[in-house]
Design a protein around this ligand. Sequence first.
Ligand SMILES: [Zn+2]
Length: 206
Amino acid sequence: MSSEWSASQRYELTSAPGGLGLVQDFLNTMGIEGYGPDLMADTALAGNWAASAVRTWSALRGVDAQPPLLDAADLSKLRALRDTIAKLVAGEPPTGRGTGSVSASFALSDTGEVRLEPAGSGWRWLASALWGEIMLSQQDGTWRRIKQCHNHQCGSTFYDRSKNNSGVWHNVKTCGNAANLRASRARRWERDRAAESPASTKLSGT
Ligand SMILES: [Zn+2]
């Protein structure tokens, strides 16, 4: 299967449905210490990511898009765009107009479907594809299922497939348990500290 979202898969994340996977994959280009580097940190990494992501997106959308060429200036625009979209996912109100407006064009598919096709070059092409997918996702109600893992050391972007959309961890076993472990360690520390206090020493001495 050609559906390979390399940035999301390196963090073992389940993919969002259809073209929305592009948005998830773009957000997961961020680095997580000990797991993977920031794929927007240099043009070689970004170029590889774009080639793979655009191939996957093209196959899912049934189009024949070429990955845009990205230089250092494109990368800084893309990092800013990634921050803007990440804040949207986190539910923070948008400040200003993000990275500025980009264009897209309308096209008709062989089966008569109206399509929004990305336009422009470099970072603009990717921004155009990403905003198009976000718009479609906001319309069909899948956008609220795109979330950031609540484990701050992780922060990866996952697609919540739970029935009532209540997930907060990308993986309950790893990130959920890590958080529970920290909480129980903190509770034990509080308890031990209370036990060592002079008042309780007196009590235990009787
Ligand atoms: Zn996580």
